[in-house]
Ligand binder design. Structure first.
Ligand code: FES
Length: 278
């Protein structure tokens, strides 16, 4: 006879649960292809591993499986309009692509940067208050901008993190390894921090669903203008937080404007650090 906690361990598959993490490492049949018979057809509701999702097939025939509820006010995207490579929320018109990224907010001008999507995810149950120091590390074969922009980005992140009680150290053993990488030349493969600096065989990111998040999709590539920031726990050698900002690196000619733009983007990127645990 199983005890209650053993039963829960084996049967609960929601985000952040041990079985949920295990299942999210593997492909799972979600629905029949014929349920999405043509491009831009109506979306379909899917419940998988205790998550309410919506599946759709976009104008180019790509399949998306994203959180059912709009990130704005939580309206079901099952009621949304599937058009022009995205699913548009029927309430205020936010539009999501097949990766779950918000690509259009009709009420905001493009230059506001509002649809410059920020995404983040983290390992549920992590005690982020124990992290006090970090060190910058590089990922092999990753894209980095020129030295000046590279410094600007790191310093901007340093300023944000110091306001959150995290201190950068350049010698000694930190609590966190901090890694950033960007896509500068179109879509490219995202590289995990696996050997650089420490020689450990660290596992890489497995997609936005892989850490207990609620959005599934293609996340093994990053598109141009995307900046990823990843935090790894030095003790456990595991990734604990990830943030992604898009379209933040189109460099204006004025260097002060560029710095302000970077600062704004990094502030937004780290707004959700440390995450509020539910
Ligand atoms: S609730 Fe979806 S756009 Fe406002």
């Amino acid at each position: 006879m199983l005890k209650r906690d053993q039963n829960e361990l084996l049967t609960e598959t929601g985000p952040g649960t041990p079985m949920g993490r295990l299942f999210r490492c593997y492909w799972i049949p979600a629905l029949l292809a014929e349920e999405l018979p043509q491009n831009d057809c109506p979306p379909v509701r899917v419940t998988l591993l205790s998550e309410r999702l919506v599946a759709f097939r976009d104008t180019l025939g790509r399949y998306g499986l994203v959180d059912e509820f709009c990130a704005h006010r939580g309206v079901s995207l099952w009621f949304g309009r599937n058009e022009a490579c995205g699913l548009r929320c029927p309430y205020h018109g936010w539009k999501y692509d097949v990766t779950g990224q918000c690509v259009d907010v009709p009420s905001e001008p493009v230059e506001s940067g509002y649809a410059q999507k920020i995404k983040y995810n983290y390992v549920r149950g992590t005690d982020f208050s124990k992290y006090q120091t970090y060190k910058w590390v590089r990922v092999e074969k990753a894209d980095y901008p020129n030295q000046i922009l590279d410094d600007q980005i790191m310093q901007s992140i340093d300023r944000q993190l110091s306001q959150k009680g995290l201190r950068r150290i350049d010698t000694g053993t930190p609590d966190l390894a901090m890694v950033y990488q960007v896509a500068l030349r179109g879509e490219r493969q995202w590289n995990s921090y696996s050997t650089g600096g420490y020689g450990w065989g660290w596992g890489g990111w497995r997609g936005w669903g892989g850490m207990g998040g609620s959005t599934y999709g293609s996340t093994t590539t990053i598109t141009i203008g995307t900046l990823n920031l990843d935090m790894y726990d030095i003790q456990t050698k595991k990734q604990v937080w990830r943030g992604e900002a898009t379209k933040t690196l189109d460099p204006p000619k004025d260097p002060d404007k560029l710095q302000r733009k970077i600062d704004d983007a990094m502030k937004k990127l780290l707004k959700n650090y440390p995450p509020k645990q539910k």
